[in-house]
Design a protein around this ligand. Structure first.
Ligand code: F6R
Length: 602
């Protein structure tokens, strides 16, 4: 995944683009580059490294001109180095572009272009597009026509920003299966992979759909179809995200800020959905075949959803990673199936593909999404938003707990509608759900304690997270957080599975983190912790029961809470532990190595 930002207006393009790149760095951070245009002249500077370092080394802020494009890269084709960094140019240097996505037929296009005498500078698939436009420009018609013809030859996913020296008054933006949104200002306009890139200047946005491109000038913009060149009517939407939401606001990292935003985010998720959830619950109550699809942290939310549905709606949903669903299972769904897709970004390639497949098979698709107007919301029949605000840290935190809040509300409403659980129990859960933001605040008070705990774990090589029932997905999520940002090997396991193999890995002092809400399997879990301790493990136990004091080497005390609501709170100390371990080990938790925020390619 990469990040694109483009600007045209009367401001200094380089300044606006550098700011945008910093806000997009979460999308990729192995190299970056900028092209600016001053009249008919194009200036390109690019290189491998983080933005801050490149701003100094390449003097990005001295680039002239009032229009330009910036790109932050996360390598897919071609190693991260100076030449593979974007922007890329054609042979004449008159066309420059930035690209996010993958051109699947780039090898054949490159071969054809090489035969026609084009010279390539990089190993990227992206550079092919610049030469292809150059080739098309040799024929009749305008630059726009040449661009369109070139786009028609591309297979794969691409979001593009394109500038041409012969047209100093405009920038082209293109979208096909990679996100691209226009920002509409006063006498200036923007294009970017994501809204925070230009949120400082405007909150008026136009979402491009697949197969569309935009011609953007300082005072106007129009969107057209790649296929026909026909104009498309687009609505300008207002995004209610503030700039502050997209900034660190005094926190050392976005991840920590986002962890601390959870009480408010969960409250917003509850309020934001209270008026709409009953209608959706009514719609979905008719379905017996329910399939959750998601990836990563959103997949863990789906697993929590499964436990909730089983307990309250008395239905057993299937939970599939979207990448598995699309190839192994998708063909078996039909019009009697409800597919619930969970995705923070609404752009995850596998999740989108799973949703499209489900729709093709006649299934009803409900999406639980954070990013307003994202692709998932346009594929789905129904959408519930998580209202978490922008999440910049690569590791998902507040978007996870808000997904859980939405799933909890949805399950309670569906159970009410179907009468599958006693009403008093459902009303009690509903009341207690309102107190979850406070419970999260209480868990956040443990910040200092967790930091001290993390200090004792910095040299751990492995960690095991165990849980049972609805605590099991929290164990998976705790382990995922730890591995992705601290780079400590971590495994999340159902506690019952421990003695079927993983127990062999336990050695003196290995941390075993037990997620132990008070509920029907607590006693069993305590026995599992004892088993682990007998092999020398250090038991770090998260829970509220007095009984845990007996087994815990370190007890992370949680406020008392119904077991079914515990996932939203119990994950918080695990997020903090992963965060502190990452920082103590010298890692940047906002930008873990090899990872990007949205996985927009397979
Ligand atoms: C982990 C993380 C990822 C995402 C996954 C799905 O912290 O953030 O595992 O959860 O890539 O992303 P979305 O939810 O955007 O579909």
């Amino acid at each position: 995944m990469c990040g694109i930002i483009g600007y045209i207006g009367d401001g200094r393009a380089c300044e606006i683009i550098v700011k945008g790149l910093k806000r997009l760095e979460y999308r990729g951070y192995d190299s970056a580059g900028i092209v600016t245009g001053d009249g008919e002249r194009l200036y390109i500077r690019k290189g491998a490294g983080r933005i801050d370092e490149l701003v100094q080394r390449l003097n990005f802020l001295e680039m002239p001109g009032n229009r330009g494009l910036g790109h932050t890269r996360w390598a897919t084709h071609g190693v991260p180095n100076d030449t593979n960094a974007h922007p890329h140019r054609d042979c004449t240097g008159r066309i420059a572009l930035v690209h996010n996505g993958i051109i699947e037929n780039f090898a054949e296009l490159k071969e054809e272009l090489l035969k026609r005498g084009h010279r390539f500078e990089s190993d990227t698939d992206s550079e092919v597009i610049a030469h292809l436009i150059e080739e098309e420009l040799k024929f009749e018609g305008s630059f726009e026509e040449a661009l369109r013809r070139a786009l028609l030859r591309l297979k794969g996913s691409f979001a593009l920003g394109v500038v041409y020296s012969g047209e100093p008054d405009r920038i082209y933006f293109v979208r096909n299966e990679s996100p691209l949104v226009l920002g509409i200002g006063e006498g200036e306009n923007f294009g970017a992979s994501d809204v925070p890139a230009f949120l400082e200047y405007t909150n008026k946005v136009v979402f491009l759909d697949d197969g569309e491109y935009a011609v953007v000038k300082p005072d106007s913009w129009e969107v057209k179809k790649i296929k026909t060149g026909e104009r498309v009517h687009k609505e300008v939407k207002r995004i209610d995200w503030s700039l502050e939401m997209a900034e660190k606001s005094g926190f050392p990292h976005f991840m920590l800020k986002e962890i601390f935003e959870q009480p408010k985010a969960v409250m917003d998720a509850i309020h934001g959905n209270s008026g709409v959830i009953a209608g959706i619950a009514k719609e979905i109550a008719a379905y017996d075949k329910i399939v959750f699809v998601a990836m990563g942290t959103s997949y863990h939310a789906a697993l929590v959803g499964k436990y909730l549905f089983q307990r309250l709606v008395k239905k057993v949903p299937i939970v599939e990673e979207a990448s598995e669903f699309r190839y192994e299972f998708g063909d078996l769904v039909d019009e009697k199936t409800l597919v619930i897709a969970i995705t923070q970004s609404g752009e995850t390639a596998d999740t989108l593909a799973a949703m499209k497949l489900a729709k093709k098979r006649g299934a009803k698709v409900l999406a639980i999404v954070n990013v307003v107007g994202s692709m998932a919301t346009r594929i789905a029949d129904m959408t519930l938003y998580t209202h978490a605000g922008p999440e910049i840290g690569v590791a998902a935190t507040k978007t996870y707990t808000t997904q859980l809040a939405v799933l909890t509300m949805l399950t309670i409403e569906t159970a009410k509608f179907l009468g599958t659980t006693e009403r008093e129990k459902l009303l009690m859960l509903e009341e207690e759900l309102k107190k979850v933001p406070d419970a999260i605040s209480k868990a956040l008070e443990l910040h200092g304690v967790i930091k001290e705990l993390a200090e004792t774990l910095t040299s751990s090589r492995d960690a095991f997270y165990i849980g049972r029932g609805i605590g099991f997905p929290t164990a998976l999520e705790g382990a995922l957080k730890l591995k992705e940002i601290s780079y400590i090997h971590a495994e999340g396991l159902s506690a019952g599975e421990l003695k079927h193999g993983p127990l062999a890995l336990l050695e003196e002092g290995v941390p075993v983190v037990a997620v132990a809400p008070t509920g029907k399997t607590l006693e069993k879990l305590i026995s599992n912790v004892e088993e682990a301790k007998a092999r020398g493990a250090r038991a770090i136990v998260v829970g509220s029961s007095e009984a845990l004091k007996r087994v815990a080497d370190t007890l992370i005390a949680m406020p008392p809470l119904d077991e079914l609501l515990s996932p939203m709170v119990y994950v918080v100390p695990l997020q903090l532990m992963a965060y502190h371990l990452a920082v103590l080990r010298g890692n940047d938790p906002d930008k873990p190595r090899n990872l990007a925020k949205s996985v927009t390619v397979e």
